[in-house]
Design a binder for this molecule. Structure first.
Ligand code: NAD
Length: 365
């Protein structure tokens, strides 16, 4: 797996592996950066095909969290954790979650866990029985399910995409296709339906897709139709990552890609450019899906409800800034540069604050 080599290439500070003999828990916590502060990032529970797949996932996801926090103007670093399930049907248990909580606790607050795919507010509360460094539960920890905020932020990001294309931020004449109508996809569909959009949905879990059809009036795409070829205005990837690659991008028949999924580009260094060349406007995932992080990190940092809500509104302005900075090129690269600039500015101002306090060699005596 060459863990250290991969850490070097992504720029990670720390990656820790853990196994708990009693519960069978196998987990990895990856801290990408703490330059701007402690790092909050969800715990993903997934049956990975191999340990290297799990490592790849946690490294990419945690790097994305660093950029997400920085681009959102949060004084937080980036981290993520994954639990490697032995099989897809493995049910979550309190004992497993508590073992994960003890692992999280060894980071003494540098890493703060929360929900991701496969982890519920109940699971967060179970982890919180063992550590105070968890957000996203309803009883032992706090913050609750962040997905409504993620969906709202994504909706705001879609408005920015429309404005960037010289259109009104209105949805009544638009068709949006959503891949995956789980926690975030369903809520995004609800917002879009309320705004008058026609919404097509797919989900590998048929009852989840049916719920969006029956409760929200979405249209299910039949199995004979391909979401990536359908003529639509906006494609919203809201399932797992890596769905956009040279092949799927070549078949896209939409103007905008803007969804809640993390790591939408299979190969960020080339796929962003390919989308731009095809004239498809891509709202970078970590900008569009920052609402949930803003909610939980905002509560962790002691921000007021009004401040948190404003930051989620600001996702529209941040998206517009990034799209403009891309200047017709890769919006993914522009977003990474935008986030890196904020990290450098944050680090420089921390140094200045530190210089004032340090009392040595700083001229403050
Ligand atoms: P979820 O598990 O509730 O929903 C995902 C849905 O996608 C499920 O219903 C699943 O059946 C479906 N799915 C999986 N593979 C699919 C495929 N190939 N085609 C169609 N459907 C498929 O997860 P979620 O919380 O909605 O998260 C979705 C994505 O958004 C993830 O990438 C997650 O990391 C990201 N995200 C979530 C949040 C949040 O607040 N929950 C925040 C930021 C990013």
């Amino acid at each position: 797996m060459k863990v250290l080599e991969q850490m070097q290439s992504y720029g990670h500070e720390r990656v820790a592996f853990h196994q708990d003999t009693k519960t069978g828990l196998k987990a990895v916590i990856a801290i990408h950066s703490t330059t701007l502060g402690n790092a909050l990032g969800g715990t993903r529970r997934w049956a990975y095909a191999s340990e290297s797949d799990a490592l790849h996932d946690v490294l990419r996801l945690s790097e994305g969290m660093t950029y997400k926090a920085a681009a959102s103007g949060l004084a937080m670093g980036g981290a993520k954790s994954v639990i490697i399930m032995p099989n897809p049907g493995q049910q979550p248990t309190e004992a497993e979650a508590r073992a994960m909580g003890r692992f999280v606790d060894t980071f003494a607050g540098k890493y703060i866990a929360a929900e991701d795919v496969g982890v519920s507010p109940q699971y967060c509360d179970w982890m919180a029985l063992e550590t105070k460094h968890v957000m996203g539960g309803n009883t032992v920890s706090h913050g609750g399910d962040p997905s409504p905020y993620t969906a709202l932020g994504c909706f705001n990001s879609m408005k920015a995409c429309l404005v960037h294309l010289g259109r009104k931020p209105e949805f009544s004449q638009l068709t949006v296709a959503i891949q995956g109508c789980g926690a975030t996809g369903y809520r995004l569909a609800k917002l879009l339906r309320s705004a008058g959009a026609a919404v097509l949905v797919t989900d590998v879990h048929v009852p989840t897709m049916k719920r969006a059809v029956e409760e929200l009036g979405c249209v299910a795409l039949g199995n004979d139709k391909n979401l990536f070829e359908e003529k639509i205005d906006i494609l919203a990837p809201c399932a797992l990552g890596g769905m956009l690659d040279a092949k799927t991008i070549a078949s896209l028949n939409c103007q905008i890609v803007c969804g809640t999924a993390n790591n939408q580009l299979a190969h960020p260094s080339t796929d962003g450019e390919t989308l731009a060349k095809r004239g498809i406007l891509y709202s970078p995932d970590f900008v569009a899906n920052a609402g949930g992080l803003i909610r939980l990190a905002g509560l962790y940092l002691g921000m007021s409800e009004a401040e948190i809500d404003q930051k989620i509104v600001d996702i529209e302005a941040t998206t517009l800034d990034v799209l403009r900075e891309a200047n017709g090129g890769s919006t993914s690269t522009a977003a990474i540069n935008y986030a890196k600039r904020r990290i450098a500015e944050g680090a420089a101002s921390k140094q200045l604050v530190g210089a004032g306090k340090c009392g040595s060699g700083c001229g403050c005596h």
